[in-house]
Design a protein around this ligand. Sequence first.
Ligand code: FPP
Length: 242
Amino acid sequence: MKVVGDYYRLDPKRMPQHIAIIMDGNRRWARARGKTTTEGHRAGAQNLVKIVEHCEHLGVKYLTVYALSTENWRKRARAEVRGIFDLLVRIAKEKKEEYKRKGIKFFVLGNFQAFPLRVRRAIEEMLKIVKRHERLKFNVALNYGGRDEIVRAIRKIIADGIKPSEVDEQLIARYLDTNGQPDPDLIIRTGGEIRLSNFLLWQLSYSELYFTDTLWPDFGPKELEKAIYDYQHRERRFGGGK
Ligand code: FPP
């Protein structure tokens, strides 16, 4: 068997096509080290960059990360949210050319129209890059909630005058923010909580779930490979039984 993976023997033929991640634990990571929340998110952002590159290296085709939920956006301190925006804008600037070269295409899930202008501009710049030669689609969920996504989809369906008889699963999937992308095969949540927290509620119906206590800034390429190794040794049945 041909093996990819720097730490685990991963089978390229059984690579999850789409991985989704709930990146939890930045603040606890910071607190344990006497650092600020912003420093925790900075370490989280640095780790995210490594994980994006490792996914590309392993041949994963889609990566979706939960960066800011609708609840985070509403409830977290303005300064904290601003810190996350600053990190996003910085990554967008620093990585633009490299991602273009490598064929990493950036998308946003969620409603980012409410964000400050400079953040929207940086996001829009990133959204423009890479036309051909896409190796990895990288979705960042910002001001995202699974229920909110479904509500927005239903509103669009009604606004487009779609007839009830035309509504089926394929049509709904096209109206979601993940429009046209395959559902995640594997969802990873770091930081020890065992719940989905309103993430990709429609799309995760048949995904394999992987939970770990490791805090997000410590969930590096080796831990990612461990999760994929675990996934590759499960049997997926999609409701078909044994
Ligand atoms: C969860 O940890 C993390 C977040 C709410 C923000 C995620 C942001 C990043 C990984 C950094 C930047 C992202 C981009 C796209 C540039 P938490 O703050 O809830 O930590 P806790 O569970 O320890 O409280």
